[in-house]
Design a protein around this ligand. Structure first.
Ligand SMILES: Nc1ncnc2c1ncn2[C@@H]1O[C@H](COP(=O)(O)OP(=O)(O)OP(=O)(O)O)[C@@H](O)[C@H]1O
Ligand SMILES: [Mg+2]
Length: 236
């Protein structure tokens, strides 16, 4: 799903925490959002997800530039997954139940996802007894269950070991390539951004400093702020 942002601002009292003149995310692309703590990354994602509302500016969804937030086609995964107080498989099935899928179709989809993410033996386990990495896999499986058009990920692998991070990254790349799902991922892991993102955007103090192909921005950034950030020298 294509996203177009025009003159979005978010202010809290006197303070402007997000101020982006223009940002386009093309249909089927995989964009990485990077930047220091407090840069406004989560605020941006929450506004796109409709969890928060911008103070000013316009946000358009899809080719027809609709301003209505298409909640049923968007999903978000957070750094700490919040799972329902039930089994892993019921968590994954939940969005499908909400959408009125038949039991047989739900079962088939849950089977596919649990196989792809190595969750088969955990299907009946209670969500609160899973390890963090397992919880995050269940959260991703649940997010993917209904084949969203836009997947928003806010530091989804921040607490996850390298092997599980690799599995989650492969899943993200696969659904982006195979199903054309548009993905925006916030990450502090620049190697991760290099591995999976086509484009990268750097936010600093609420402003979009630089945006472009990940291969360029992460290796030969043009802006001095991006250069400092990549070199680990950027002070907030
Ligand atoms: N409800 C709020 N009231 C006041 N300020 C807020 C509120 N929510 C966020 N902010 C401020 O907005 C700024 C941007 O926050 P945001 O969570 O978007 O940063 P971030 O880039 O996601 O940072 P991090 O990498 O630490 O997650 C921060 O300085 C934060 O303190
Ligand atoms: Mg954040």
């Amino acid at each position: 799903m294509k996203i177009k942002i025009e003159n979005i601002k978010k202010t809290y009292g006197e303070r402007t925490v997000l101020d982006i003149e223009e940002l386009s995310v093309e249909e089927g692309s995989l964009l990485g959002v990077i930047g220091p703590n407090g840069a406004g990354k989560s605020t941006l994602l929450n506004i796109i997800a409709g969890i928060e509302r911008q103070t000013e500016g316009k946000l358009y969804y899809g080719e027809n530039r609709s301003e209505t937030i298409p909640y049923r086609e968007i999903t978000m995964v957070f750094q700490s997954p919040y799972l329902l107080h039930t089994t892993a498989e019921k968590n994954i099935a939940y969005p499908l139940k909400l959408r009125g899928w038949q039991d047989a179709a739900i079962n088939k989809r849950v089977e596919e996802l649990t196989e792809e993410l190595g969750l088969v033996r955990l299907r009946k386990q209670k969500a609160w007894t899973l390890s963090s990495g397992e919880m995050q896999k269940v959260a991703l499986a649940r997010a993917l269950s209904f084949r969203p058009k836009l997947l928003l990920l806010d530091e989804p692998t921040a607490n996850i070991d390298p092997a599980t991070t690799g599995e989650l990254e492969r899943m993200m790349t696969k659904i982006n390539e195979r199903e054309g799902t548009t993905i925006i991922i916030i990450t502090h892991n620049l190697s991760q951004a290099k591995r999976i993102c086509q484009n990268t955007a750097l936010l600093h103090n609420g402003k979009l400093v630089e945006e472009g192909p990940a291969s360029v921005l992460l290796k030969q950034p043009k802006d001095p702020i991006t250069q400092a950030f990549i070199n680990g020298e950027l002070l907030i």
